[in-house]
Structure formats: C-alpha cells, structure tokens
Design a binder for this molecule. Structure first.
Ligand SMILES: [Zn+2]
Ligand SMILES: [Zn+2]
Length: 279
C-alpha cells in the first residue's frame, strides 16, 4: 500500500538540519505516493527583528520569516522537478496564525502553495509549549487558552488542515508526566471540528507522537473518532519528520488507526484542492 506523508521539514526550518534532496530520497525509498515539504513559517516572527524590538528568546527564535517563506517557495519549486513519480506537495506549516489573521489569509492565497497546515505552538505572551516549565504553569488555563485559540484559527481561511491539534500533550503528558483529563476540553474540541468541517477543511493525524515519549498520535484515537462522528472527512497523515530517517515514520500505523476509526481514505492536496488515497 502506498501512502502520503503530508508534513515534513528541511533545514529551512530552524529545528532541522536536513537537506531537501536527502528528504526526497528518503520519501522515494519509503515508496510514498505523495510527499509534502511543510517548513515552519512563524507568523509571530514574520518581520525583521527591528519590527518586534525584541531579542531572540531562545536558540530557535528567528525573525524575518517573510524571507524564509520566499526561500522555501523557491526550494519547493525546484524540488517539484526532482520527484518524478512521487507527487510533490508544496506546503508550509503556518505557525501562530493568530498573530495576524489578515496576513495569514494573504499567505494562504500564494499561488506557489498546494497545502497549508495551521499549527499553534505557543500562546501569545508565552513560549512554545516545548520550552515551558510545567511545574510553574497552570496546565488547565494553558489548555483552555490553547483550544480556544485553535477555535479562532479554525474560523479563518488560512489553512487546509489543522496540525497536531493536541500538541501540548506531547510535553504535558509525554515529557512532564502530568495526566490530562481531555474530556474537560471536548466541548471546545467538538466546536473546532464542526468549524473545520463547515469550512470544507480538514485535520491531520500527526504520527510523530508514535516515536516520542507520548507514544500516541496527535490527536489520539478517541478524538479522531469524535471528528469522524461529527462528519469529518478530510484527514491527512504527517510524520513531522525533521530528518530523513523519520520520513514516513508512523504513517502506516496512522493509516491503520484511521481505518479502524472508519476512514477509508486519506487526503492529499494540490493547489488547496483535496484528493484522496484509498487505505
Ligand atoms: Zn508543529
Ligand atoms: Zn512540523
């Protein structure tokens, strides 16, 4: 069975050292039908440093993603000519679109893009969930803010799928070992799903969690079932690989989980139009 990996990074993302040709070679070795490069474009850092009058908050805090976006689109344009039988999807992972929704919606219409994943990695005024010290945080307040911001993002025309919708659990449950009663947020999550579905958009099943301490995809089977029950039809699979070894990682397991929940196909995108691969 051939699958698609719709979420991967290259060294144009601050947290990856991988050259795009090595990533494409890995995608070919994995016998994928389609492969997306979705480098990080952080909207809270779109402009040069002077605009924010701020110092980098950590080693991965870069400015001027406008320039990075141009380089990414150039790189994807060249890559598209090198993938042969493998369908190339020119994408971005648009982080923190809530920083500027008008800009996010403008970027979404760029003709060089096939596919946009909208992701929320940090709340306004806070660091990326990766950098938080959970002993000092009110996890409940953080998660309430996280899901309500995701609901706002879902209502804007700046994405094709919402990325890893349970991202904070990777750190809260996976790394800090704090149990989360997700049912407290299910009302808001259901509203996110209804908004996504009504807008003709989708969500991704991010399989990176299979290879992390968390051990489950984002979202897990329970929330994936909720999405299906509410009428969700568009589901993409993404490994979130930042290195060649992880390309297509967990995709077969993710497809099996999607099938068990009742999906008989997974989504891919060209020019923001979904098409499907039967699983
Ligand atoms: Zn992400
Ligand atoms: Zn990613």
């Amino acid at each position: 069975m051939q699958y698609a990996d719709c979420h991967t990074h290259t060294n144009l993302s601050p947290d990856s050292d991988a050259g795009i040709s090595d990533m494409i070679a890995a995608a070919k070795r994995a016998d994928l039908a389609a492969y997306a490069v979705t480098d990080h474009i952080e909207l809270c850092r779109w402009y040069p440093q002077g605009y924010y009058k701020a110092r980098p908050r950590n080693d991965e805090d870069f400015f001027n993603y406008a320039d990075r976006f141009e380089r990414s689109m150039q790189q994807n344009l060249i890559a598209r000519q090198q993938t042969g039988e493998l369908t190339f999807i020119s994408g971005i992972e648009l982080g923190e679109p809530d920083a500027d929704f008008a800009l996010a919606e403008r970027i979404y219409t760029d003709k060089r893009l096939d596919f946009v994943i909208a992701s929320l990695h940090e709340l306004q005024g806070k660091l990326d969930f990766y950098f938080l010290n959970y002993a000092d945080e009110d996890v409940d307040t953080l998660l309430e803010r996280y899901f309500s911001t995701l609901l706002e993002i879902a209502a804007h025309n700046c994405y094709d799928v919402l990325g890893h919708i349970t991202y904070p659990l990777r750190y809260v449950e996976g790394d800090a070992g704090i149990a989360v009663d997700i049912s407290k947020y299910c009302g808001c999550i259901a509203e996110i799903f209804r908004t996504v579905i009504r807008s003709g958009k989708g969500i991704e099943l991010n399989t990176s969690g299979f290879r992390q301490k968390y051990g489950k995809p984002f979202p897990d089977a329970e929330l994936l079932r909720l999405y299906k029950d509410l009428g969700g039809k568009i589901l993409t699979l993404g490994s979130d690989a930042h290195r060649p070894e992880d390309v297509a990682g967990g995709i077969a397991e993710g497809a099996a989980l999607a099938k068990a929940v009742g999906f008989d196909r997974i989504g891919c995108y060209q020019h923001h139009d979904p098409y499907y691969i039967t699983i």
